[in-house]
Design a protein around this ligand. Structure first.
Ligand SMILES: NC(=O)c1ccc[n+]([C@@H]2O[C@H](COP(=O)([O-])OP(=O)(O)OC[C@H]3O[C@@H](n4cnc5c(N)ncnc54)[C@H](O)[C@@H]3O)[C@@H](O)[C@H]2O)c1
Length: 263
């Protein structure tokens, strides 16, 4: 097992990629702190892990609140003895997504920044002293392909993810001497609940995309949705000793979609 004896915090673990990552890490031997704001679903993830013979604790953790993020790390150390891995995964798109950049309000900008970018920073900041106490460890954020190419009508979301990549590289250099590795995965589109946070109807989306409707489609093969379990395996790779020599990497995982130039 790749995480035998390790203790991990996974944020945004009540749903989607975070849920899959928490369950995979537990199956690979980790004790997992399941951190989220949706308590019932989060408790259920922890229950499922325990029912499968693993160890897990759900902790209500709003990544916008320093005290709650610090508490999740405290729980890892107090309940499970140490912290070896932090997966800073919680994220939203918000009503500021899928609208023209000039229409994003200060409130929407601040809200998405606070969860996606500042939230990842709070998780990393809380984890560093605990990882140091454990003699080293791994942190991995969930970024996005929108951090590396121009994503239509996703100004604020893309900016948060680009910020994550820069943060990852800065901390990777800073923490390498202490054997604390910092990486990010940049997923393509996955079928999760994140669409609920921007809630645009099919008609609204079609109208928004109308001026672009004559552009060539990328090939169907490259457009397929990414499976959340396959994506969780990339978090597992970065957080395990398989990636012992990798830090500061922001890896695109999108089946070649952003690589293809459309020709
Ligand atoms: N779904 C995609 O297409 C896609 C693509 C690239 C990157 N991502 C990223 O993947 C990550 C996981 O998203 P997902 O697609 O699984 O979506 P999801 O909505 O299914 O899961 C996100 C989880 O984050 C939690 N969350 C939201 N705000 C929070 C807060 N303030 N504090 C703590 N938890 C909070 C939600 O309750 C939810 O459980 C996000 O960072 C997202 O930006 C998603």
């Amino acid at each position: 097992m790749l995480l035998e004896g390790k203790v991990a915090v996974v944020t945004g673990a009540s749903s989607g990629l975070g849920r899959e990552t928490a369950k995979l890490f537990a199956a690979e031997g980790a004790k997992v702190v399941v951190a989220d704001v949706v308590d019932e679903a989060g408790e259920q993830v922890a229950d499922e892990i325990r029912a499968g013979g693993g160890e897990a604790t759900y902790v209500h953790t709003d990544v916008r609140l320093t005290a709650e993020v610090d508490n999740a790390v405290d729980v890892a150390e107090r309940t499970h003895g140490r912290l070896d891995v932090m997966v800073a995964n919680a994220g939203i798109m918000g009503r500021g997504s899928f609208i023209p950049g000039e229409s994003v309000t200060d409130e929407e900008w601040a809200k998405v920044m606070d969860v996606n970018l500042h939230g990842v920073f709070r998780c990393f900041r809380a984890a560093i002293p605990a990882l140091r106490r454990a003699g080293g460890g791994a942190m991995c954020a969930t970024s996005s392909t929108t951090s590396v190419y121009g994503a239509l009508y996703q100004a604020v979301y893309s900016a948060t993810k680009g910020g994550i990549n820069a943060l990852v590289r800065a901390l990777a250099v800073e923490l390498a001497p202490e054997k604390i590795r910092v990486n990010a995965i940049c997923p393509g589109a996955m079928p999760t609940n994140i669409g609920q946070s921007f809630a645009r109807s099919a008609e609204e989306m079609a109208k928004l995309m109308e001026p672009r409707s004559n552009l060539p489609e990328k090939p169907r093969m490259a457009r397929q949705l990414q499976d959340t379990l396959d994506m969780a395996k990339v978090h597992l790779f970065f957080c395990s000793d398989l990636a012992a020599h990798i830090t500061g990497e922001c890896m695109v995982v999108d089946h070649g979609y952003s690589m293809w130039n459309g020709l």
